[in-house]
Design a protein around this ligand. Sequence first.
Ligand code: ATP
Ligand code: MG
Length: 308
Amino acid sequence: MVRFDAKLADQAYELRELVAAETGQISAESGRLRSLAVTSGKGGVGKSSISANLALALGRLGKRVALLDADLGLANLDLLLGVTSRYNLAHVIRGERRLEEVFVEVDEGVLIVPGGVGMADIADLDPRRQLALIESLSVLDSMADVLIVDTGAGLHRTVVSFCLATDSVLLLTTPEPAAVRDCYGMLKVLAFSGGTGIDVNLVVNMASSDEEAASVASRVQMAAAQFLGISVPYAGYVLRDEAVRRAAETSRPFLIYQPGCAASQCVRWIASRLAKAGPSGELPPKAVVGRGVKGFLFRLAKRLTRSR
Ligand SMILES: Nc1ncnc2c1ncn2[C@@H]1O[C@H](COP(=O)(O)OP(=O)(O)OP(=O)(O)O)[C@@H](O)[C@H]1O
Ligand SMILES: [Mg+2]
């Protein structure tokens, strides 16, 4: 197995960026894409449901969205959105499929990029192939304004790598005590490995009321401020809603299955706030270097390799 040479790739990447900038190959819009990882400490708290519906809601607000299914275990975004993806990035990495054959359009302006196991394989590629893949995936920079990354659950190193590689993180919890405890555990890992500059935003899902969601959020925020020294903005809540489960059973996003349901209204609210913040809004400091898909993948490759 060829090991990724981070130093070599670093130099190659920086050189290419420099050349591209000097020769005017980077347009004003290039690299403006904002990347957002949706994650949680505990599994089953609604990451995939919210990623999928948030992508649609942003799409309907006029954003072009790429949704990366980065759950290395159970990639299921295609099922939730009622589309079939026959190929994933692993096929591209193995040279069996072209990138265009992997993307699936789910709604106007919204496409899924099935990552699957292919995402972890990035670390195993030799630097030249790795850069070639990053380069080819960078077409997303001109195709999308927002990249939403649906991660797996928990403190697994690859999940943490995804979160540290994106511009921002949406950390999900439910009011359930075990989910809140694991949410704090995830925050702790993110704060320790990403530093205090990390941009983590909290979403409380399956809340029975806005009061309950606000009380869960303030407990997490207080613990984060007191013990970790970080501030965790509250990005909103999604009410517990039977329509979510019913929509999943029919393989349709709840935003389309029942646009007026409580969960749809909550997700649209979160989306409208996010849409105002990006992609030209303020980005956290770490995103200043290497914005866009290219920057995200480059940071991801480095982190995945380092954590081996
Ligand atoms: N707001 C909600 N109200 C009711 N049910 C919900 C809500 N959000 C999610 N669910 C249900 O919770 C279950 C888990 O949701 P989902 O698969 O999106 O979670 P996940 O965090 O992606 O799980 P995993 O950790 O396995 O990837 C599903 O059955 C989904 O329909
Ligand atoms: Mg999931």
